[in-house]
Each structure stands twice: as structure tokens, then as C-alpha cells.
Ligand binder design. Structure first.
Ligand SMILES: [Zn+2]
Length: 287
């Protein structure tokens, strides 16, 4: 168990464990966020964390987001058994992407999936049979605390869900918040994503948890969410500049200048994808 006191020494602002001074052998790790609430950081390729949320209720455990393989998911389930004997009863699909869902087959059968209709169609197994959310907010009583599952708008997948613990003022944002990871837009809605982050920032939240990148202290978590919003806006603005110059997407991605965001994790891989996606949005081709 790792505790991150808010008064701890200043951390390097990065998603890179090496630069942060955290050995890969420390993962996976559980970080206590509040009584009976934990963040789970596991390393995925190419070397940053994938984060799940674990809420231990009196009536069972709620997990938000899984891990990227059956083995990684099983490791997380084993780790959960070290903090509670209670079974998993609820599973929130914050992101429908494989790096969060590819291990879902080892979840216990018969649990309740909470999934957005848009994401449900992308799932396999029990998730594909689940009843999708019918509104933008679903409250779950896990026994001793209230958990709100929220759809704050489209962001990284289109079916993005966030998990709020109102009493603890914690908001798990899944892939709507990538901490020092370049905005990954393969299936994103770029302008909506900014609005979704704005909604999160306007909530009565003290600690924002990203789906990738490190779990931060409350103060830094807000600063970094604001920084991520800045990255989204900068990427959209840079692509619009190139589009305004009349460049094709192929030419634009060669000329894109990401400034400081070039140093963010996977910028080289995700930059061209962002160019194509923002082009789609500008040209009204976003599906
Ligand atoms: Zn992901």
C-alpha cells in the first residue's frame, strides 16, 4: 500500500515511472484514496499506468475499469482479495477500450455491469448482455456509501463514464482524464472532450483520478486536469491552424508542432491520430 500525503515532496509531473522515480517492480500497487476507496495502478505498454477504482462497500465491491489482459485482470482481482473478503458486485465500464476491458472474462459471473449504451455495443461477454444506462446519472448504494456513475459528455470513447464518490469528493474519470499522456483521439470527440472536462472541473470534487498516468494528491490532481484540458485545447488549435492553411491531413501531420506537449507520453504515436480526428471534426465527418 502506498500513501500519497498531500504534503509530500513535489513530484515530477510526468506519466513516466522512470522519470517519476518509481521502479516498475512497485506495480501493480494499491493507493488508498479514502476509507474503503482505493486506486489501482498497473503498468501497461508502452510503460505508463492504467488505473482502476475499487470501492469496498458493506454489500460488496464496486470496480470501475478493468485491466488490459486476462492475466492483468486476474492479478487485480487477487489484489482486491487482500483488502476485502467481499465479492465484486458492480463493474463500471468507464472506457470500452481493450486496455481496460480485455480481462473482463475473469470477472465473477452475474455481477451488475454499469455501461453507457454507446459502449455496450463494443463489449463482449456479459457486458454485451448488460442493461445500458438510461440516464446520465445512476446512483449505487454499495452499503455504506453512495456512488454516482455519471456521463458528463463524450470524450475519449463516446461512452465515457465517470465515477463520483460525493462524500469523499473523489471523481474517477477513466480515460476522460489522461495525466501527462498526449490526448489519445482514435475514437474521441475532441471539442466535446473539452466540455466534459469543464463539467468535471465545475463539480464539488477535491481529487480527480485519471485513467492513465499517476494518481496525484488532491491539489495536483486538479492542476493536472487543468493541464490536460490545456493539452486538448492546444492540440485542437494546432490542427485547426493547419487545416486553415489548406493542408491535407497527411501534410498537416508532418507539420504539426505540439510545443511542450511533444514531451508527453506517446505524443509521437498519438499526434498523427489527433490530426486525423480533429480534421474529421472540422469537416463534419465525426461519427
Ligand atoms: Zn486506455
Amino acid at each position: 500500500m502506498v500513501s500519497l500525503a498531500s504534503g509530500a515532496n513535489a513530484q515530477v509531473r510526468t506519466a513516466d515511472p522512470a522519470k517519476r522515480g518509481v521502479a516498475l517492480t512497485e506495480f501493480p500497487r494499491l493507493i488508498k484514496l479514502a476509507e474503503n476507496v482505493f486506486g489501482y495502478e498497473e503498468i501497461r505498454q508502452p510503460g505508463f499506468t492504467t488505473v482502476s477504482l475499487i470501492v469496498v462497500g458493506k454489500n460488496g465491491v464496486l470496480v470501475a475499469d478493468g485491466q488490459g489482459s486476462v492475466a492483468a485482470m486476474q492479478t487485480m482481482l487477487d489484489k482486491i482479495k487482500t483488502i476485502t473478503p467481499l465479492p465484486i458486485k458492480w463493474y463500471v465500464v468507464g472506457s470500452d477500450h481493450g486496455d481496460h476491458t480485455a480481462g473482463n472474462s475473469v470477472l465473477p459471473p452475474g455481477i451488475t455491469y454499469i455501461v453507457h449504451a454507446f459502449s455496450k455495443s463494443k463489449l463482449q461477454g456479459e457486458g454485451a448482455q448488460a442493461t445500458a444506462m438510461t440516464s446520465d446519472k445512476e446512483t449505487i448504494d454499495v452499503g455504506n456509501m453512495k456512488v454516482n456513475v455519471l456521463f458528463l459528455g463524450r470524450a475519449h470513447t463516446g461512452g465515457d463514464l465517470e465515477v463520483e464518490l460525493p462524500a469523499q469528493k473523489i471523481l474517477f474519470m477513466s480515460e476522460a482524464y489522461l495525466n501527462r499522456v498526449f490526448p489519445a483521439m482514435r475514437s474521441a470527440y475532441p471539442s466535446d472532450w473539452v466540455k466534459t472536462v469543464d463539467k468535471a472541473l465545475a463539480m464539488n470534487t477535491e481529487r480527480f483520478i485519471a485513467g492513465h498516468g499517476f494518481i496525484e494528491s488532491p491539489k495536483v490532481s486538479r492542476e493536472e486536469l487543468v493541464a490536460f484540458r490545456g493539452a486538448l485545447i492546444a492540440v485542437i488549435a494546432e490542427v485547426k491552424r493547419l487545416h486553415d492553411m489548406g493542408l491535407s491531413a497527411d501534410d498537416a501531420l508532418k507539420q504539426a508542432n505540439w510545443g511542450a506537449y511533444k514531451e508527453w507520453f506517446i505524443a509521437d504515436q498519438q499526434g498523427p491520430i489527433a490530426v486525423r480526428k480533429v480534421y474529421e471534426e472540422i469537416e463534419g465527418k465525426l461519427k
